[in-house]
Structures are given as structure tokens and as C-alpha cells.
Design a protein around this ligand. Structure first.
Ligand code: AMP
Ligand code: MG
Length: 248
């Protein structure tokens, strides 16, 4: 199987398209993925509509090795994400009795009976690994499909973040090359953004052609221009060598 290098995050939730709610899950995931050498290539926010989610998911699968979807796993969202992913990957859904039982017990601990619609949260696409949710009812799901990995995580950050750290990271790390991304920032004073770009341009092809290619991004900072140089390297010493020689 090909190692995971690129990722896309799809945040599902109509509330995230309003002025009052921000998609913060993709920020958390960008940092965590980067730390294990997987670079976020694109991200999207989609409302609770199956046809829109289907289109965005298919585009992401055409582009990136890993697709992480967050949200849309609860009955109030019509459990949108699970059936759309199952259909796109052609995996039939079936109820996992262990999950329905765990949800039933969760309600019972609060002296409540489980509403029947919660059983939808126990529907698992064929071949998926169930990711336990220590802080809510909706379990996450981990799926391998050919060279792709698709992960479904609950929307609430207090459920998603511990789930990622407890189980998702190790699953993903087993599918990476063991490298991670290291960045060095070179601060340039006294030049405009385009002048910096012009000065750096001749280096781009050379950096890209190295055995460990260097990617450059130019960002305007306050009173200066920051040149971000990034390399995917096995360890910090190797990265420091590569990045040091780039600008030395
Ligand atoms: P859901 O699982 O889609 O019903 O989301 C439940 C809760 O998580 C809501 O309060 C959402 O606003 C919040 N939430 C969902 N997606 C995100 C996201 N991408 N970033 C931050 N919060 C989110
Ligand atoms: Mg939602």
C-alpha cells in the first residue's frame, strides 16, 4: 500500500457556514497530521446536504491519500456523513450490536432509554474499524479503501480531539513513511513580497529537485516577509541539514 502523504479535511455542518460558528476541527487536524508527516492539501466546509457532501468527498478522494470528515454523525443531522461515505466507497452498512449496546448503556447510566434513532449511530460500513468515543455517543470510523484512508470523526471538538490522540494517530502513523514535516522561517527585511518572490524564484526548481525536496511559501508578516521552507524528513537533524543548506 502506498504511504499516506496528503490529506483533506471535510467539515460537515450547516452551522459552520454561518457567521456565528467556525470550523476549528480542521485547524486541530492540520497540526496533528503535520506532526506525523501528512500534509493538508485542501479543506472544505459543507452544509448538511448529501449531494454536496458526495461531490466534495469524491473530489477529495481524487486528490488526496487521506480524507478526514468531521461532523454529521448524529441523528439530528440525519447521520449524513456515514451513508454518503458508505455509498461513495461502495461499502454496505450493517448494525454493529456492540455499538448499539454501548450507546444503550450510556443512556442507561443517565437513567434514560435510548431513542431508536440512535441505533443509526451503530451502522458500520463493511470493513471499517470502529473508533470508541469516550466523550459521546457517536463512534468514529476508520476505513481503508485501496490506497486511500477515510476517517469519520464526531463534530464536537471535545469528542474529536481525544479520539484522534487516543486511536487515530497510531492508525495513521502505521501508514506513513515515518517522516514528518519540518519548517524553517527565514525573515526578510526591506523587500516587498514580490521582490522576495523574484529573488527566491531561481531556487525553486533546485529545491524541488533535491532528494528531500524543499517546499517554499512566502508570507507577508508585519514589517517583513517570511519565507517558509518545509521539508519532509525522517528526523530533526536531517531536516536541519537540508534546510540549513538551502539558505546557507
Ligand atoms: P455534529 O456532530 O455535526 O452534530 O456537531 C456537533 C457540535 O460540534 C456542534 O456544536 C458543532 O458546532 C460542533 N462542530 C461540528 N463540526 C465542527 C468543526 N468542524 N469545528 C468546530 N466545531 C464543530
Ligand atoms: Mg452537525
Amino acid at each position: 500500500m502506498r504511504p499516506l502523504r496528503s490529506a483533506e479535511v471535510i467539515a460537515v455542518g450547516s452551522e459552520l457556514l454561518t457567521a456565528s460558528r467556525l470550523d476549528t476541527n480542521s485547524l486541530f487536524l492540520a497540526g496533528r497530521l503535520r506532526a506525523i508527516g501528512i500534509q493538508l492539501r485542501a479543506k472544505a466546509v459543507v452544509g448538511d446536504r448529501a449531494d454536496d457532501l458526495d461531490a466534495v468527498l469524491r473530489a477529495a478522494l481524487g486528490r488526496s491519500d487521506l480524507v478526514v470528515l468531521t461532523g454529521g454523525l448524529v441523528p439530528t443531522d440525519d447521520d449524513l456523513t456515514r451513508p454518503v461515505v458508505a455509498a461513495a466507497l461502495e461499502r454496505p452498512l450493517s448494525e454493529d450490536p456492540a455499538i448499539s449496546e454501548a450507546i444503550r448503556e450510556r443512556f442507561a447510566r443517565r437513567a434514560m432509554t435510548m431513542p431508536e434513532i440512535n441505533r443509526r449511530q451503530a451502522m458500520v460500513p463493511q470493513g471499517a474499524t470502529v473508533l470508541p468515543n469516550a466523550n459521546g455517543t457517536a463512534p468514529g470510523l476508520y476505513l481503508e479503501a485501496g490506497d486511500h484512508v477515510v476517517v469519520l470523526l464526531p463534530g464536537p471538538p471535545r469528542e474529536l480531539e481525544p479520539m484522534f490522540d487516543a486511536v487515530v494517530r497510531d492508525h495513521l502513523r502505521a501508514r506513513t513513511t515515518g517522516t514528518r514535516l519540518y519548517t524553517r522561517v527565514v525573515r526578510v527585511f526591506g523587500r516587498s513580497e514580490s521582490h522576495t518572490e523574484e529573488a527566491v524564484q531561481p531556487f525553486y526548481a533546485r529545491w524541488a529537485a533535491r532528494p528531500l525536496p524543499i517546499e517554499a511559501t512566502i508570507l507577508a508578516a508585519r514589517g517583513a516577509i517570511d519565507l517558509h521552507l518545509t521539508v519532509n524528513a525522517p528526523d530533526e537533524i536531517t531536516a536541519a541539514g537540508v534546510l540549513g543548506s538551502a539558505v546557507g
